[in-house]
Ligand binder design. Structure first.
Ligand SMILES: [Zn+2]
Length: 354
């Protein structure tokens, strides 16, 4: 088994110091002076940097003789929702119109503050914010099916028409009347061995797959909204379930080609480049010039590079398979260490199919 590439030590120290949740699952930290290993997000007091060692996973730290921290439980798979959060999310899906109060949470033995912090960290919003966005996403779906505004609002637990309008406008940036016939891209977090990703799907297919810590993420979400003329809301979709299954297979080295439908929507030039990316075989690499030539624009090497950087479907349209002419890795939006790990994964012989 080949050694796994880790991000730079300075990058990991910064992530550890700031308890950056996007690195959860990317590495664990082990402290020489205590013999304990932790997640990057551990809330325990931070040790001195010179005493910290980094491992790609819990197994590595265990093999080096460290024991798991009791506070952050680094043996639980990264990004996996704790049991209580899982139950709560399922309760929300079972009855999205129910209006959750702090009293409801306490009756389930959940501390509202802890719930709020977990949702803030993992979904970038409070539980109530998440729940409201979820209800709005569903209400928007019903509006698109031609249901009357008031009905759609009431069905999802908004008592007054004005309350519904206001919440809707805040989330989607326009009043609900104009949301009619608009598409919704449902967004979810996907955990991967390279850190969490954000995936988006419309009824047509997957329209977004980006690493959650990528600085471009906000811009890309904006582009999804304007390019596809759709709103975005947290939620689930059969395409997202399909994608998660395929990503698991890909990272396990069992899957070389994705079959989940993709929404490839850019300028005609971008679309041509992106489709060409989709033709680079698993396990091989190419360069910008070869792509420019393949799409019949041999002089457009630089523009190909830009279109490559604007790819919204990381891994699915494998822009990580584009390297310099001399084989150097060149840039990658998700960070060079991720590009290196993806190429390592693809060059490792596939385990015997069972
Ligand atoms: Zn810890």
């Amino acid at each position: 088994m080949s050694a796994i590439t880790l991000p730079h030590r300075t990058e990991m120290l910064t992530a550890f110091a700031s308890r950056d949740a996007s690195y959860d699952g990317v590495f664990v930290t082990a402290v020489r002076t205590t013999g304990i290993f932790c997640r990057p997000t551990c809330t325990a007091r931070k040790p001195r940097p010179e005493n910290v060692e980094f491992y790609a996973d819990a197994q590595g730290a265990l093999l080096a003789g460290y024991r798991p921290c009791k506070r952050c439980s680094p043996m639980t798979p990264a990004g996996q929702a704790p049991e209580w959060a899982d139950l709560l999310l399922r309760a929300v899906e079972a009855d999205p119109a129910h209006r959750w109060t702090d009293t409801d949470l306490r009756s389930l033995d959940l501390d509202p503050g802890r719930v709020r912090r977990w949702f803030q960290r993992h979904h970038g919003m409070t539980f109530h914010g998440y729940h409201r966005a979820r209800r709005l996403g569903l209400a928007l779906g019903r509006l698109n099916q031609g249901e009357a505004l008031t009905q759609a609002g009431f069905a999802h637990g908004f008592e007054s028409d004005s309350g519904f309008r206001e919440a809707f406008s805040r989330l989607f940036g326009e009043p609900p009347g104009r949301g009619r016939h608009r598409n919704v891209a449902f967004l979810t977090r996907v955990r991967t061995p390279l850190g969490p990703m954000i995936a988006g799907a419309t009824t047509a297919g997957i329209c977004l797959l980006e690493f959650a810590d990528r600085p471009m993420l906000e811009t890309q979400l904006e582009r999804v909204r304007s390019r596809l003329g759709c709103a975005t809301a947290p939620g689930d979709h059969e395409h997202l379930a399909h994608l998660k299954e395929e990503l698991d297979g890909y990272f396990a080295g069992r899957l070389e080609r994705f079959s989940v439908p993709l929404v490839v929507a850019g300028t005609p030039f971008q679309t041509a480049v992106w489709r060409q990316l989709g033709r680079i075989p698993y396990g091989s690499t190419t360069d910008y010039q070869a792509i420019a030539t393949a799409i019949g624009k041999p002089a457009a090497r630089r523009a190909v590079g830009r279109a490559n950087g604007d790819n919204r479907l990381a891994i699915l349209l494998p822009c990580h398979r584009v390297v310099g002419r001399d084989g150097t890795l060149t840039g990658y939006g998700g960070g060079l260490w991720r590009k290196r790990r993806l190429l390592e994964l693809e060059s490792t012989p596939t385990p015997d199919a069972g």
